[in-house]
Design a protein around this ligand. Structure first.
Ligand code: NAD
Length: 484
């Protein structure tokens, strides 16, 4: 939780489209509930882009967030194709909100495909690493590459956050969903880190699952899950899937949590088609506000607002998105009904009372994992070649002939194509990974690696190179498909 100046002042960002309406409704409910919060208004999104600020966030807004560290925001529109950054991503990165927390639960009067089964889960998604670093390069005009960056430090933080969320909400199980069977080093890092940290939480069942199976299980038996922790892209996709297990976008809240900053918002966007018409459903933003109250340790007020939401939905009051043509109220009418129900408790629908969330340590110096031993055993040189594998392989072997380096293999899109492994068919592209090691099986120094690069360049242009490192005798690289 924030340790800075005044954790009871919340930065309110109305945002774009339906944002001002749903944020306005949430503010009224929070004020009526006697939460003791005060609000400062801040700008981000469309109006800021219109001023020519490409990040979508003004310096004043950044200062306010830096001071108060708790934000409740409406959705922000990202203009397409004018060089602007997503204002949402700007905020997440600026304040290192590394954990995206998305609860999904069954709500009264909100029919879903799973009604009656008691769906009640939380997805905890790593929010800043993985493929979303957006480090991409065209290797050749026909081959694109994206770097998937996963760190031990990032995994430790997100895994601890997942267990802390479970503990604070009294949830008995955390599932770590990864693609570690294929991505042994990146996804595997989350898997191993989870195994390392789980024993610190003996009161919580820790479970590993492959993310594809997790997708399947979420659809067939979502009630089995408590908290699910995932890397960024897997979490992005499965948290949206999970929103569909609940009542959909009008009911999906979220929190972007960092060690010292938290941004709460509905999952939905600006819904431009219904903006300014008092039609938007404010429940998602209100449930986000309930998460915020718990984050601030205001459990009684959080429970009061959540109960009022449950009682209102139970009584059949609904906005147009849920009414599907039947009787409905507008955004402000829905907020009025919730305010009128403050102090009432649902007898059929429970709220999770919870205990304060405890955070992994705040931002620390650049993480360094220091092995006792390390050595470079070879290099992968990625080169452009329009011919076939045999032609490239023979040319490279000739190029390093008589040097201390030898070509081990060439792969194309991850599959070994030289020496041929027999029987396999590979529909090759013009980027080839050429793996070299020291002929004597020893270490490959920089001088030899540079010599290899120059010799490769004499055969085919190279676009990048990766050292093959061993840490404490463990290979820090994967083998190609088909490589023995
Ligand atoms: P959207 O969520 O705005 O709308 C999808 C559909 O759901 C629409 O039919 C909309 O009317 C409906 N809907 C969404 N929220 C609703 C609510 N509270 N009540 C009733 N109906 C609701 O998604 P989109 O159309 O893909 O995106 C529109 C804009 O929002 C885009 O500019 C996008 O970049 C932005 N966006 C922002 C955020 C954010 O700021 N966190 C998230 C998603 C999309």
């Amino acid at each position: 939780m924030s340790s800075s100046a005044d954790s009871r002042t919340v930065v309110l960002i109305p945002g774009d489209g339906i944002g001002p309406e749903v944020i306005g409704a949430a503010r009224r409910v929070l004020e009526a509930a006697g939460t003791g919060l005060s609000f400062v208004m801040a700008e981000a999104g469309g109006a800021v882009f219109a001023k020519g600020i490409k990040s979508g966030v003004t310096p004043e807004t950044i200062d306010l967030i830096a001071t108060h560290r708790v934000v409740l925001k409406g959705p922000l529109a990202t203009p397409i194709g004018k060089g602007e950054k997503s204002a949402n991503v700007t905020l997440r990165k600026l304040f290192e909100t590394y954990g995206n927390v998305r609860p999904v639960r069954e709500l009264p009067g909100v029919p879903t495909l799973y009604s009656g089964r008691g769906v009640d889960l939380v997805i905890v998604r790593e929010n800043v690493e993985d493929l979303y670093g957006g480090i991409e390069h065209m290797q050749t005009p026909g081959v694109a590459q994206s770097l998937k960056v996963v760190s031990r430090k990032g995994c430790e933080k997100i895994v601890r956050l997942a267990f802390e969320v479970a503990r604070s909400e009294g949830r008995g199980k955390v599932t770590c969903a990864t693609k570690a069977n294929i991505l042994k080093l990146t996804e595997g890092l989350l898997q191993h880190t989870f195994d390392d940290i789980a024993p610190e939480y003996p009161d919580i069942v820790a479970e590993q699952m492959l993310v594809d199976n997790c997708a399947h299980q979420l659809v067939i038996a979502p009630e089995q899950f408590g908290v699910i922790v995932m890397t960024n892209m897997n979490g992005d996709i499965l948290s949206d899937l999970a929103s569909g297990l609940g009542g959909g976008l009008g009911f999906a809240p979220s929190a972007n949590l960092g060690s010292d900053c938290a941004i709460f918002e509905a999952v939905h966007g600006t819904a431009p088609a219904i903006a300014g018409q008092d039609k938007a459903n404010p429940t998602a933003v209100l449930l986000s506000a309930v998460m915020m109250l718990r984050y601030l340790g205001k459990f009684a007020q959080a429970n009061a607002v959540e109960h009022a939401i449950l009682v209102t939905l139970e009584s059949g009051v609904r906005t147009g998105d849920l009414a599907k043509g039947g009787p409905s109220v507008g955004t402000s009418g829905f907020a009025d009904a919730i305010i009128a129900n403050l102090g009432k408790q649902s007898t059929r629908w429970a709220v999770r009372t919870g205990t304060p969330l405890s955070f992994p340590p705040a931002i620390t110096p650049a993480a360094r994992v220091v092995p006792a031993q390390r050595r470079v055993v070879g290099v992968d040189v990625f080169a452009e070649w329009g011919g076939d594998a045999t032609g490239l392989g023979r040319a490279l072997e000739a190029a390093v002939d008589g040097t201390p380096a030898r070509l081990v293999m060439i792969s194309n899109r991850g599959t070994q194509v030289y020496p041929a492994t027999g029987g396999a068919q590979t529909d090759a592209v013009d980027v080839w990974r050429c793996r070299f090691v020291a002929r004597d099986g020893g270490a490959m120094g920089d001088a030899l690696a540079i010599d290899v690069m120059q010799r490769v360049a004499g055969v085919a242009p190279w676009m990048h190179i990766e050292k093959l490192q061993e840490f404490d005798g463990v290979e820090g690289f994967t083998k190609a498909q088909g490589q023995s």
